[in-house]
Ligand binder design. Structure first.
Ligand SMILES: [Fe+2]
Length: 340
């Protein structure tokens, strides 16, 4: 633990094979002095992984400039998940997802646009951890910036261990054994997300999801309701996590609706408190890895005329906290998809 605590302050010597610098007072760590364009030695890999477990979010800036560098970094954190959506894959690499917004594409002309904070945004996404609407969520992901947008495009990160620690003791006790029911909320139904979302969020144009479905072969009803605990323990450290994904959360299992709504509003507002967030302004080839079992993230989106392109790899793991509300669905559990 002493080693992990030490990582929170800037270290100019490099006993672990790199230097570190906090990204913000409450979230994340920048790793400096790692060359991801070359193979890493086992000790450096182990130390990068330890820093990831400690900090939850790591930034690598100027450390690597290629797909190979991103793959090398991604494999430090576990096995990777191939994507089922060939529309988004690189042909040469099933593990690499292209997440691009091109204002001149047909897809952009039909994308959902939101107005939030007085600005129109494409690609806006509220606070969440990935895949709350399935039982077994991915371990994490690595994003690499390919095309920096002319404006906007920041990604927000929040630490849910710190958020748990900031809860009053009485609330910690109250939520210890509670569970939340999640249901998938489509991008054209964002108003169904009631907890922790900006009060002024307004969809000014909704994507034609049914057209996208038929075009991209996406079938409906893949995501029946699931249940996740509200508090989990980080297995490597024993620290507790406020394991709430505001996006897609519906109600607390077994609780009266009014009481459930009040508690989820209180917890979500606490969790997304902007004083504790880190918003990353991207530079080309920045790579960020997050621990999806621990923190939440969000996307500020871009002005509709601004292109943005990132490549993503996804890390899998043996998450075992979630389940279907109806156990009969267990046999149909999807293992591979691209929504988050
Ligand atoms: Fe996400």
């Amino acid at each position: 633990m002493a080693k992990q605590e030490a990582l929170r302050t800037e270290q100019m010597d490099a006993p672990q094979g790199f230097r570190t610098r906090p990204l913000s007072p409450y979230v994340g760590l920048e790793i400096l002095g790692v060359d991801l364009d070359r193979d890493l030695d086992p000790e450096t890999i182990e130390n990068i992984r330890a820093a990831w477990i400690d900090a939850g979010v790591l930034l690598f800036r100027g450390c690597g400039h290629s797909t190979e560098a991103q793959m090398r970094l991604s494999r430090c954190f576990g096995e990777l998940q191939p994507s089922a959506n060939k529309e988004l894959n690189l042909d040469s690499n099933p593990y690499l997802l292209n997440l691009a917004y091109d204002p001149n594409s047909e897809r952009a002309w039909t994308a959902t646009l939101y107005e939030v904070g007085g600005q129109v945004r494409a690609g806006w996404l509220g606070w969440h951890w990935d895949q709350s609407f399935v039982p077994r969520i991915v371990r994490g992901a690595v994003l690499r910036m390919i095309q920096v947008p002319a404006a906007g495009g920041e990604t927000g990160f929040m630490d849910a261990i710190g958020a748990y620690d900031r809860l009053p003791e009485s609330l910690k006790k109250r939520i210890e054994d509670l569970e939340i029911v999640y249901e998938f909320v489509r991008i054209d139904e964002t108003e169904r997300n009631r907890f922790g979302f900006p009060k002024d969020l307004r969809a000014i144009r909704k994507a034609d999801v049914s057209a996208l479905k038929s075009k991209e072969g996406i079938t409906g009803n893949e995501f029946p309701p699931v249940v996740h605990p509200l508090v989990i323990t980080q297995r490597e450290t024993g620290r507790k996590v406020l394991k709430l994904s505001p996006m897609h959360s519906q109600y607390i299992l077994g609780m009266e609706p009014a009481e459930s709504d009040a508690l989820l509003h209180e917890l979500a507002d606490h969790l997304v408190d902007p004083r504790y967030a880190y918003f990353h302004t991207w530079q080309k080839d920045d790579m960020i890895v997050w621990d999806n079992w621990r923190g939440i993230h969000c996307a500020n989106g871009v002005p509709p005329e601004c292109a943005r392109h990132v490549q993503r790899t996804t890390i899998i793991g043996d998450y075992e906290f979630g389940r279907y509300l109806d156990p009969a669905h267990e046999k149909d559990a999807p293992t591979n998809f691209v929504y988050d």
